[in-house]
Design a protein around this ligand. Structure first.
Ligand SMILES: NC(=O)c1ccc[n+]([C@@H]2O[C@H](COP(=O)([O-])OP(=O)(O)OC[C@H]3O[C@@H](n4cnc5c(N)ncnc54)[C@H](OP(=O)(O)O)[C@@H]3O)[C@@H](O)[C@H]2O)c1
Length: 351
């Protein structure tokens, strides 16, 4: 691998804010074995002071650090190279303007994804207090935005549903093939709601259930529309529906649309494989992907089928890896001149 970090020494000095949650847990699982990274501190809120291996039992014996409280004066963190923010929505907008200008930031929350303040405030139900910083953020969907990510200091890591949907649609949009409405029928596992127990993630409620939520109003709708508009002359209507699956990890999106002309399965395959020819983490599969084969990995598996002008694309990711921490590390790699796959050769399990 072609590893050339632009730092004083060979290791990037990294801080993680919100390391005790699920996103933070995955950042730690990946970054602990990243050859170019030194983890300097990891913050928590209620778990501050506890040992990391005690909270994330999968990491027991692999890390000898405790969770810190978030530093009171973030402007003193100038000796870091990069921070990951895995905090609830609304926290990053307070923190980012306080960080030293030399520190790169990758924010996993929704705080800086939307360019329009009114749209943010409508969908996140809070005022945005750092729109000047937002203007500097680059949207971190790695496969479609590599060049901007390489030169960025601030990255807004995409939402998990947005990642699965945009990766499924990107080749069709880039080739201006869509003629009709796009309907996205997407499902997520319960870890999408974070580590704090809640009624909608409680095992007896969730284990045998299946239901839709936030019809037409999910906060990823404007994010997806914004990025489709940025990708080209997007004029189609998007219908986006989210459902809860009785599994812990995984996002599966079925994306239905109509194309301007008839496309065979072979034509679709060559279109997608051409578009993703330099994208190691996109795997084209025959028929349907399966969340089982992407779980714990940074892969996005994509399948498709066509009949006449009707096309359906299936896209599967692990919400916590390609949908959060894995993509965040993929972006960090690009920002520091590393091979995109460094530290991300995560293999799934069979079964
Ligand atoms: N889960 C997913 O699949 C996923 C996917 C993509 C993006 N995201 C986004 O990534 C971010 C983190 O998600 P998550 O699932 O990891 O959430 P989470 O499991 O709830 O973790 C939240 C983290 O933030 C800390 N925290 C909570 N309240 C805080 C406060 N007032 N001040 C400082 N720290 C606080 C928590 O610390 P304590 O636990 O110690 O209190 C914990 O470390 C969210 O913005 C989420 O939308 C999540």
């Amino acid at each position: 691998m072609n590893a050339k970090p632009e730092t004083r020494n060979s290791k990037l000095r990294i801080g993680i804010f919100g390391g005790s949650g699920y996103g933070g847990s995955e950042l730690l699982r990946i970054l602990l074995f990243h050859p170019n990274v030194e983890i300097v501190f990891v913050t928590a809120n209620e778990h501050a002071g506890k040992s990391i291996g005690e909270v994330h039992r999968n990491l027991l014996g692999l890390i000898d650090m405790n969770f810190d409280r978030a530093p009171e004066n973030p402007s003193r963190l100038a000796d870091l190279d990069c921070v990951f923010l895995a905090l609830p929505h609304g926290q990053a907008m307070d923190l980012v303007p306080e960080l030293p200008a030399n520190v790169k930031v990758i924010d996993l929350s929704g705080d800086f994804r939307l360019r329009d303040q009114a749209t943010f405030e409508e969908h996140y139900g809070r005022a945005h207090t750092a729109m000047q910083s937002q203007a500097e953020f680059v949207y971190g969907l790695t496969e479609t935005n590599r060049e901007a990510i390489r030169g960025a200091r601030l990255i807004a890591n995409p939402g998990c549903f947005a990642t699965a949907t945009l990766l499924g649609l990107a080749p069709l949009v880039a080739n201006k093939l869509i003629s009709g409405r796009v309907i996205v029928d997407a499902k997520t596992g319960s870890s999408g709601s974070g580590a704090k127990p809640a009624a909608n993630t409680h095992h007896p409620q969730r284990m045998n259930s299946f239901y839709a939520y936030k019809p037409f109003t999910h906060q990823h709708v404007p994010e997806i529309e914004q990025e489709l508009e940025r990708a080209g002359d997007w004029t189609s209507e998007l219908v986006f529906m989210t459902h809860s699956l009785p599994v812990a990890r995984g996002i599966f999106a079925s994306i239905y649309t109509e194309t301007k002309s008839e496309l065979s399965g072979d034509q679709l395959h060559s279109l997608f494989s051409d578009f993703y020819r330099d994208s190691f983490f996109i795997r084209l599969v025959k028929g349907s992907p399966d969340i089982n084969w992407v779980k714990t990995t940074n892969f996005c598996d994509i399948g498709f089928a066509a009949r006449g002008q009707n096309v359906v694309v299936f896209s599967a990711i692990d919400n916590l890896v390609k949908g959060a921490a894995g993509q965040a590390v993929q972006n960090m790699n690009l920002m520091f001149g590393l091979d995109e796959t460094t530290g991300l050769m995560l293999v799934g399990t069979n079964p």
